[in-house]
Design a protein around this ligand. Structure first.
Ligand SMILES: Cc1cc2nc3c(=O)[nH]c(=O)nc-3n(C[C@H](O)[C@H](O)[C@H](O)COP(=O)(O)OP(=O)(O)OC[C@H]3O[C@@H](n4cnc5c(N)ncnc54)[C@H](O)[C@@H]3O)c2cc1C
Length: 282
């Protein structure tokens, strides 16, 4: 296991915020991970789980130990007889989608544009916008997770999936593997759908500017339309994509928080909901 003190997380969060983790751990095996969890539990120490960092808003200094999961389990397998795909938590979502295409399976090509991992996508129940009503849990059958020092398997219907929600939020449960059953799909169709997704993103989103994707999971679109283009320092609500903050260059945590709080305040006064989708680490 790799252990670092005062570790710089800039490259490990998609918003490219400058952030220092007091303690940073990279478990490279299940044994590493269980040993680490035991150590932290003995210290009565909580911890943060970090995967691809595409949905985390990081403070400049993080005292709570951070466990980086992208080296833990990169395995991928397909059992044709049971039509079961098993993906390790550290597998990049694009790797999973390409693997599915190679096996004439598919159904989640719309996730191809996410700079995310399987573990992060399952935790966040990643999907398309609310109108589309599709998410990664559609094809999930069960999840393997570490709770304390014990590996468990939980069936999908007990995971309490809803829009960008699951029981893995803010819990000590660490997703280690996901089990899926995907429908058949010809490779050519998968490739075409992936291309369409990437074209869509190029046209309607700002993939080249560091961001965290959607900021709020539940917010009044009329409010978001009014703040389009609003800028604080080097942070700005995108002019192109609703509900999206971009880093225009060396952004600071406080600039992002001000933009978020402006929307929260307006929503409060208008008696509207503004629920954060991004995970704000305190
Ligand atoms: C450009 C861009 C586009 C995006 N588009 C979309 C979109 O279309 N749809 C969508 O749903 N989201 C989108 N997102 C948001 C983000 O990609 C998703 O929320 C994704 O699921 C996060 O995965 P991650 O691996 O980056 O997780 P991280 O950001 O590392 O973590 C997110 C949360 O999950 C927890 N977590 C991560 N891994 C595990 C694990 N193995 N076990 C337990 N908890 C874990 C973390 O502790 C954290 O709370 C987008 C983000 C960006 C930057």
């Amino acid at each position: 296991m790799i252990t670092s003190k005062q570790f710089n997380l800039t490259k490990h969060n998609n918003l490219r915020l400058n952030s220092i983790a007091k303690e940073f751990y990279i478990p490279e095996s299940y044994n590493d991970l269980t040993t680490l969890i035991k150590l932290l539990n003995d210290r009565k120490q909580r911890f943060y789980i970090l995967s691809s960092g595409s949905n985390v808003l990081l403070k400049p200094f993080i005292k709570t130990p951070v466990i980086y999961l992208m080296e833990l389990d990169k395995t991928l397998s397909y059992n044709k007889e049971t039509n079961t795909v098993v993906a390790g938590c550290s597998v990049k979502i694009q790797t999973l989608i390409n693997f599915l295409a190679d096996n004439n399976l598919g159904g989640i090509e719309y996730l191809y544009s996410l700079p995310a991992s399987v573990g992060g996508c399952v935790c966040m129940n990643a999907g398309r916008g609310k109108d589309h009503n599709v998410c990664i849990s559609d094809y999930l059958t069960s999840v393997e997770y570490l709770d304390g020092e014990v590996l468990n398997i939980i069936e999908k219907d007990k995971c309490e999936f809803s829009y960008r929600m699951s029981i893995f939020h803010n819990s000590k449960k660490i997703i280690t593997k996901a089990f899926f059953q995907f429908p058949s799909q010809e490779k050519e169709i998968a490739k075409k759908t992936i291309k369409e997704r990437l074209d869509y993103v190029k046209h309607y989103q700002e993939p080249k500017k560091p961001s965290l994707g959607s900021i709020f999971s539940n917010v009044d679109p009329r409010i978001m339309r009014r703040v389009k283009g609003l800028r604080v320092g080097n942070a700005a609500y995108s002019k192109k994509t609703l509900n999206w903050i971009s880093n225009l260059g060396n952004v600071s945590y406080i600039q992002i928080v001000i933009l978020i709080n402006i929307v929260k305040l307006i929503s409060f006064f208008l008696n509207k909901k503004a629920t954060l989708e991004v995970k704000k680490w305190t």
